[in-house]
Design a binder for this molecule. Structure first.
Ligand code: KIV
Ligand code: ZN
Length: 514
């Protein structure tokens, strides 16, 4: 990495979807889902993947460790507070990565120092020095962030950053933690820091902008114009509260306006749409239709005048082509006559590695699906692969069910589940407020009521009537644990039952020490 911020024209893209994005409500993912997204981010060409916050929980640790072991070229970073135990834990999680990186941070604004950390300025400087020195003694690459930099005293910020660089940080990330600054202010802050930090030439400067006022992408680009050479961002702008700068937005600004920015990046923009779709599929969090670059309407031309102009010359109303960001018409990639080798090849292309036995099981499910649904797309393959994962994780499976409902009849469900290990089955019948509710009463009867359903969403993968429905749900236990699960099927009731069985069972198995 070039250390000189001003002379390089290369912008590093630091993706924090799996850390800042994943910590937002509704964006939690299982470890296999995180690995899947990390592989897609590698394919997209990001320079760094912030894979999580290993000290936050054993699950976070495991996910970061597995991502570190699974990626082949991208830097894998873990976030750590500026305290010894966090930094050591983070190193343990990332040390197997080809290119490990530690990102340590501490609050530097008066509000953060006084109320959150209860530390004096001197103590913050001391903690910065100790944290970065320790991180550097373990790991060659170290990022340091003064949290809430946007509201910190500038002179103090200069001292903290000088301390971090002297202690070995090679990247200084400037967060606008609360999304408060305006583009001119944020750009001016980056310029001020680069100019006044004595050793600023020994590190690159980075932006981390939140979107509370809708300015995250604009602020990041203002930072880059002022000399920052790394942007921290997320797919679909996921992140705390209103989110972070959207990766697809900052990257396409650089790509569409080279005449203005004169800057380069390593992103394969043709993978932007697929990455956005994968995040939506994994989390159930849709992007708004008019979202720049990846929204459903981003390339739709509705009005007659616009359509007329487009037919005469696309450039009348189009500054970039849909193809340049990977938007294609739904592409049928497989059908009912496709064979096992073709299926395996498509899974490999999407980053899934299955054993021969696994492919045999998935192949029969693929055939069942291909009988019901004419066109099998990438999204369908992701759902099949994720279903395979939950089959492996769970002990009880949905064996069969029957539901009935009508305007003159109370909805009723009979559900049978089967234990994968012992072959034991359990069956019960319940009535409820609709067929899904009746089915959920049955599952509650099997496992006890482990928590409240706090989110339930159904979405179609593409748009056809024979399409797979994706059910995404969340339950919250009495002691505050949140479990999310998803399932896809052409039958909405089946997908709903499987997703609920998955979430409830996770809690049940955890509580019963499995
Ligand atoms: O918003 C923020 O300040 C952060 C830091 C941990 C970089 O996410
Ligand atoms: Zn943040």
């Amino acid at each position: 990495m070039s250390n000189n911020t001003k002379t390089s024209n290369y912008i590093r893209i630091f993706d924090t979807t799996l850390r800042d994005g994943e910590q937002a409500p509704g964006f939690s993912m299982t470890t296999p889902e995180k690995i899947q997204l990390a592989k897609q981010l590698e394919k997209l060409g990001v320079d760094v993947i912030e894979a999580g916050f290993p000290a936050a929980s054993p699950d976070d640790f495991k996910a970061v460790e597995l991502i570190a072991k699974n990626l082949t070229s991208t830097e894998v970073c873990g976030l750590a507070r500026a305290i010894e135990s966090d930094i050591r834990t983070t190193w343990e999680a990332i040390k197997h990565a080809k290119k490990p990186r530690i990102h340590t941070f501490i609050g530097t604004s008066p509000l953060h120092m006084e109320f959150k950390l209860k530390k004096t300025k001197e103590q913050i400087l001391e903690m910065t020095k100790n944290a970065v020195e320790l991180a550097k003694s373990l790991c060659e690459r170290v990022d340091f962030s003064p949290e809430d930099a946007g509201r910190s005293d500038k002179e103090f910020l200069v001292k903290v950053i000088e301390t971090a660089i002297s202690a070995g940080a090679d990247c200084i990330n400037i967060p606008d933690t609360v999304g408060y600054t305006q583009p001119e202010e944020f750009g001016a802050l980056i310029s001020y820091l680069i100019k006044n930090v004595k050793n600023s030439d020994k590190a690159i400067f980075s932006t981390h902008c939140h979107n509370d006022l809708g300015l995250a992408s604009a602020n990041s680009l203002a930072g880059v114009l002022a000399g920052a050479r790394q942007i921290e961002c997320t797919i679909n702008g996921a992140g705390e509260r209103a989110g972070n700068a959207a990766l697809e937005e900052v990257v396409m600004n650089l790509s569409v306006r080279p005449d203005f920015f004169h800057l380069e990046h390593n992103i394969n923009t043709k993978e932007l749409f697929a990455t956005s779709k994968l995040l939506t599929l994994l989390t159930g969090q849709k992007v708004q239709a008019n979202k720049a670059i990846v929204g459903k309407n981003a390339f739709a031309h509705e009005s007659g005048i616009h359509q007329h102009g487009m037919l005469a010359n696309r450039e009348t109303y189009e500054i970039m082509t849909p193809e340049s960001v990977g938007v294609k018409k739904t592409e049928m990639i497989l059908g009912k006559h496709s064979g096992r080798a073709a299926l395996d090849a498509h899974f490999k292309r999407l980053g899934y590695e299955f054993t021969k036995d696994e492919i045999t099981t998935i192949f029969s499910k693929f055939k069942e699906l291909a009988d019901k649904k004419k066109e099998i797309t990438d999204q369908d393959l992701h759902i099949l692969a994720l279903g395979e994962d939950s089959e492996k994780r769970l002990i009880w499976h949905l064996e069969k069910y029957h539901v009935s409902s009508g305007t003159d009849q109370k909805s009723q469900a009979t559900v049978t589940i089967k234990n994968r290990e012992t072959g034991e089955t359990k069956t019960t019948t319940k009535t409820g407020d609709g067929m899904v509710d009746a089915g959920y009463q049955c599952i509650d009867e099997f496992f006890g009521k482990v928590g409240e359903l706090t989110h339930f969403g159904i979405d179609a993968v593409t748009t056809g009537i024979d399409d797979q429905a994706i059910v995404n749900l969340r339950i919250e236990t009495k002691n505050g644990r949140v479990k999310s699960a998803k399932s896809g099927d052409t039958d909405i009731v089946k997908a709903s039952l499987e997703a609920y069985l998955d979430a409830v069972q996770e809690v049940y198995l955890e509580d019963n020490n499995h």
